[in-house]
Design a protein around this ligand. Structure first.
Ligand code: HEC
Ligand code: HEC
Length: 208
């Protein structure tokens, strides 16, 4: 079941990659987004260039614009839950969310300070574990872990993200606390991950 989900997403991705990448480029206006962000609170937690230095606040720098836009609408419309982000997006329109997404996406790509030598984390990221039904993360999130847009789906950058945040999101996918991924794909994947796998992945990915 799990592999069918993943394969379907991958196939869709391969078929329509070109068209939707162009659509994502037109998503918002980074200049308007910067002006708006200068006047708003986002930078207080996520930093002006999106590369937050506080482990609880995810890095947004270089993140796929289409992914950021989807998350902001998901917070606003209640598909993804977080007290702070739901409150902050309540009054915002699609255009503001698209512009601020384009702005943070145009900032320097998030990057880990120190590369990790975690063997289990690297092997799950690059190869997955077929016997346990875990697909390679890199198949969707890109060989470098910096995300991609394919087939109308935005696969976020996870390489260079904060370790604390990555661990929290993987636990939330596993427990269904977060359930806004297309076809529930991340919930299916995370259910096969043990605590040791999550620790190893958060360690390895945060160093990319
Ligand atoms: C008080 C701190 C704070 C402020 C201000 C703030 N955020 Fe956040 N933001 C967070 C936290 C905490 C999360 C992680 C939520 C979670 O764990 O699901 C988050 C998550 C996000 C995400 C999802 C990132 C991902 O990788 O999925 C986006 C996008 C985002 N914020 C954009 C913004 C924008 C745009 C603004 C300004 C309107 C903003 N944030 C203001 C704290 C903040
Ligand atoms: C079949 C494709 C696919 C595979 C394989 C996959 N992911 Fe994902 N992942 C996604 C999609 C799509 C999203 C975005 C969900 C959304 O739109 O909310 C995502 C989101 C995430 C997020 C949330 C990022 C953020 O900024 O909040 C994390 C963390 C993550 N994946 C980790 C992993 C790890 C670790 C693996 C390997 C064990 C993996 N993923 C394998 C498709 C995939």
């Amino acid at each position: 079941m799990r592999l069918v989900f993943s394969l379907r997403l991958l196939l869709l991705g391969a078929l329509c990659a070109a068209g939707s990448a162009a659509a994502a480029d037109r998503l918002g206006d980074p200049q308007a987004g910067k002006a708006w962000s200068d006047e708003n609170v986002c930078k207080e937690c996520h930093n002006p260039d999106g590369n937050s230095t506080v482990a609880e606040y995810p890095r947004l720098g270089g993140q796929q614009a289409a992914y950021l836009y989807k998350q902001l609408r998901d917070f606003r419309d209640g598909r993804r839950r977080n007290v702070i982000m739901q409150a902050l997006t309540q009054e915002l329109g699609d255009a503001e969310l698209a512009n601020v997404s384009a702005h943070f996406s145009a900032q320097p790509m998030m990057k880990g300070a120190v590369p990790s030598t975690n063997v289990l984390g690297r092997s799950l990221f690059e190869q997955g574990d077929g016997a346990r039904g875990i697909p390679a993360c890199s198949a969707c999130h890109g060989a470098d872990g910096k995300g991609r847009v394919a087939g109308g789906l935005a696969y976020p950058a996870i390489g260079g993200q904060h370790r604390f945040y990555l661990r929290g999101q993987l636990q939330d996918w596993r427990s269904d606390t977060r359930h806004n991924s297309p076809d529930g794909v991340m919930n299916h994947i995370a259910r096969s991950l043990g605590d040791k796998d999550i620790e190893a992945l958060a360690d390895y990915l945060s160093g990319l």
